[in-house]
Structures are given as C-alpha cells and as structure tokens.
Design a protein around this ligand. Structure first.
Ligand code: ZN
Length: 150
C-alpha cells in the first residue's frame, strides 16, 4: 500500500512539498509500468514543477537491492545517501556507500546499489542533463536591493 504525496503548495515562484521525516519515506511507492510496485520510491519532479532536474527519494530495506543495472541516455545522476549503508556499483566496480556519501554517475555508467546494513538505506537521486550547467552560484545568482523581511 503506497501513501500519496501530500498536495504540494504552489506559489508564484516556489513549490513546496512536505514528505515527512526521512524515516517514514518507505511509505511511498512507485507504480512502474515494467517493474510494477516499487516500495520506498517517490519521484518529485512533477509535484514540484521541476523544469531542469528530476529528484527522487528512495528507501531500501536491509537485504534489498535494485534487481537490474541501468544507464541513462542524457542524464547524469547524483546520489546522496542520507542514512544507512550499502554498496554501489558502476561498470562492475563495487564500492561502499553510507550516510553522507555522494556519488555522481555519468549517463553511460552501468549502475546498481544495494543495502548491506542493518538499517534502511535512505537516499536522494538528482537527475540533470549532463553538460547542461552553464553557470552557478556567483555567476548565476543576484542579490535584489531589498533586505529580507520576516
Ligand atoms: Zn537512473
């Protein structure tokens, strides 16, 4: 049984969704046309009106693994592990990941991961088009003259 994402709040220049504590994200599930019911996976792109990235949260229970390798056509992925521990593999090379690990995988990287720990493996996956970033932070940001009012 999957729990629906609470309705996001849309403002002119911001969209907000509250997923609840990460320890509860296992309640979400993805209904995938090929994989069927995928527990603990939730994509946020359409809910947040994202236009340049896709973000998903994932909660993998102890002993579980993604049952296939996958690649992407255009997008690189950044995996941020928020809790638990496991193993990640890219192109057959296996390395440990744990809370605090961040892994970038190029589109062609054949990837998979699994939970080898005793706790849930909690992670975010950010997908962006490889090579699309033209500027960031100091080059892209600007500071309007008015100060914040709280
Ligand atoms: Zn992917």
């Amino acid at each position: 049984m999957s729990h629906p994402l609470p309705t996001p709040v849309r403002r002119p220049h911001a969209t907000q969704a509250d997923l609840g504590p990460a320890s509860t994200w296992g309640q979400y599930a993805l209904e995938h046309p090929i994989l069927g019911h995928v527990p603990g996976k939730l994509f946020l792109g359409s809910a947040l009106d994202l236009t340049g990235a896709e973000i998903s949260v994932g909660v993998m229970e102890p002993g579980a693994a993604v049952p296939f390798l996958h690649t992407h056509r255009q997008n690189e992925e950044i995996y941020l592990f928020l809790g638990g521990s496991g193993e990640f593999q890219v192109d057959g090379e296996i390395f440990p990941v744990r809370e605090g690990s961040v892994v970038r995988v190029a589109p062609a990287g054949r990837r998979c991961w699994r939970n080898t720990g005793a706790d849930s493996l909690v992670h975010l996956v950010i997908q962006v088009k490889a090579g699309s970033l033209e500027q960031a932070t100091l080059e892209d940001g600007s500071v309007p003259p008015d100060a914040p009012v709280w």
